[in-house]
Design a protein around this ligand. Structure first.
Ligand SMILES: [Zn+2]
Length: 51
């Protein structure tokens, strides 16, 4: 069990070292930034759905 083992970005075609965990899996900081846009949208939608 090596939970702290460094991993590569799991986005297709990206080989940068993963630094963050996103809904898409382990991603590098640049991919996390690009995903962040969609993630915010999803959060907003969820909030609307909850209310
Ligand atoms: Zn990446």
């Amino acid at each position: 069990m090596n939970d702290f083992e460094p991993q590569q970005c799991e986005l297709g075609g990206c080989t940068n070292p993963a630094t963050q965990i996103s809904p898409e899996g382990h991603v590098c900081s640049s991919c996390a930034a690009s995903i962040g846009v969609d993630y915010r949208r999803a959060e907003r939608r969820e909030r609307r759905a909850l209310r």
